[in-house]
Design a protein. Structure first.
Length: 144
């Protein structure tokens, strides 16, 4: 049935997708992380009301050393009435502490990209880049 304005409308389907990208050391301590939450709706074969939020975590050592947040960004390329949209987040971290007094050896960057499609499907791409690594470090990531 046409809407009062003469256009055909379909029900809006609200959606949410969360990503996580975590880097752990050999002892299971979380060193750095990027978490995103992207919300949107699908209607009339398009993507609407796209928003993304990014949160960051970094582990500090008790003597005012350890990991620190060096820079962040997050964006959405289309917020409303788009055939598709892309939400991206980036977090860069540096380390200066007991394992590197100079601050020049360790650095992590986390990147998260969520592709939203007008048909209601979505896909994620997660990347981590390490300037250097150490035995036993492991990356845990996901999208749900």
């Amino acid at each position: 049935m046409p809407a009062p304005d003469g256009r055909r409308h379909t029900a809006t389907d609200s959606r949410e997708l969360r990503t996580w990208s975590e880097m752990y050391d050999c002892c299971g301590i979380l060193m750095t992380a990027l978490y995103t939450t992207t919300t949107w709706s699908n209607a009339d074969g398009g993507v609407h009301e796209v928003n993304t939020d990014a949160r960051h975590y970094w582990n500090r050592e008790p003597w005012d050393a350890g990991w620190s947040l060096a820079g962040t960004s997050h964006s959405v390329d289309c917020h409303a009435a788009c055939p598709s949209a892309r939400a991206a987040a980036h977090a860069a971290f540096g380390y200066r502490g007991i394992f590197d007094l100079t601050g020049d050896w360790y650095a992590n960057t986390h990147d998260s990209t969520v592709q939203l499609n007008g048909d209601g499907t979505a896909s994620c791409r997660l990347d981590v880049t390490l300037r250097h690594t150490f035995i036993g470090w492991r990356w845990v990531c996901g999208c749900a």
